[in-house]
Design a protein around this ligand. Sequence first.
Ligand SMILES: *[C@@H]1O[C@H](CO)[C@@H](O)[C@H](O)[C@H]1NC(C)=O
Ligand SMILES: *[C@@H]1O[C@H](CO)[C@@H](O)[C@H](O)[C@H]1NC(C)=O
Length: 444
Amino acid sequence: MSRRSLSRGRANMLHRGFRILLPLAILLRSTDAVDNGLALTPQMGWNTWNTFACNINEGTIIGAAKALKKLKLDEYGYHYVVMDDCWSLHERNATGYLQYDPAKFPKGIKRLADEIHAMGLGFGMYSSAGKMTCGRYPGSLHFEEKDADLFAEWGVDYLKYDNCFNEGQSGTPLISFERYERMSKALNKTGRPILYSMCNWGEDSPWDWAPTIANSWRMSGDIVNVFDRYDDRCPCEDYICRLPGHHCSIMNIINKAAPLGQKAHTGAWNDLDMLEVGNDNLDYEEQKLHFTIWAMVKSPLIMGHDIMHTSDQTLEILTNKDIIDLSQGKWGVGFRSYKRGKSQLWLQDSKDGSGDMVVAVINNGDQERGLMIDFADIFLDEWDRRKVEYQVTDLWTKEDLGLVKDELKVKVKPHGVFVGRLKFTGDPKMKPKTKKFHGGPDEL
Ligand SMILES: *[C@@H]1O[C@H](CO)[C@@H](O)[C@H](O)[C@H]1NC(C)=O
Ligand SMILES: *[C@@H]1O[C@H](CO)[C@@H](O)[C@H](O)[C@H]1NC(C)=O
């Protein structure tokens, strides 16, 4: 049922006085998704902001796209080159359209998009659901259709849509929903499939309402390249948050994201914010942990480092096919099974009926630790799968750890992660039936 016919149906029901059916309509609506055929797996790409902030121009973006191609990152799935804030002039033109800054983009945005397309990549654009963008350029609030039309005409494939200067139009899910829905409708009306990446910082619980209008939604304040640190600019430690802020550390975001995986589904993902892999300040172990969990919870994987100067270590992390497969492959959305002191157990079940499982163990403490994971904790609901041997592969070292039964013993470096793929070797008849993942209640 399309959204449009659903709301028509709902109006009829109300008209006839069948008010009792309203909760059912809402339930059905909550499993609906933005129907643009995009982000069937979490989107991957690169964004200008974390390295260049407002210092962008044609050269930055073409240079980044060329670097992405040269490093063959596109072959690993990194597809979108996203231009963030500060691309426009400070005024709209006489007929109310946004204007690109001709000093930064002498060839114009359409030519830029054409060049990106000619490289086989997608081009991403930025605006804000507010009066201004965060960098104080004109925002798209009340100009949704004009801006969407212009973006479509320019050949935009992706819109990152921020939340700055929203003029107080937030505070309840409905108010935020209506503000973001306007752009969703405007994008749809252009007829061009444009991936809609909502950046409202997790305000007003977007995981409850954004799946019907957007391909992804940020679930917390802005990330900072710090592993684990409390900062009053990001005061919340829990996913329900009245003041999302910025300078949220990797562990802060992981802890907020842990319960939200159940809200994600095909075409509709929790966005844990751009990757800090390859940026200063995080060590090798911390970067691997960061990339692993972003992949497991199926966050968009949008790089943010200085791509034109990518180190071998950064490339090694970003092109680990086994980790990328956790995001793009046969696995359901990862979830945290437990948290105990400075260790966490994360799981990701296969959804192809193979019986395979991914197990990740985080050590966010400062000492290397040996940890034992009981199969009863891994196969919490799958009793029959506990008694089977599994062939274990470490997805970072690629080491074959042999056949393992009953428990898994791992050593995890400080601020590190162990992540292993457990290959089912039991009686095929014992394999669980394929579970279709949908992240919401079943339709009645
Ligand atoms: C617009 O929405 C309709 C109905 O959900 C959908 O079938 C169509 O593919 C969408 N078009 C675009 C361009 O997103
Ligand atoms: C404003 O910009 C739009 C889109 O680029 C263009 O079609 C229109 O002609 C411009 N209006 C004026 C008055 O320059």
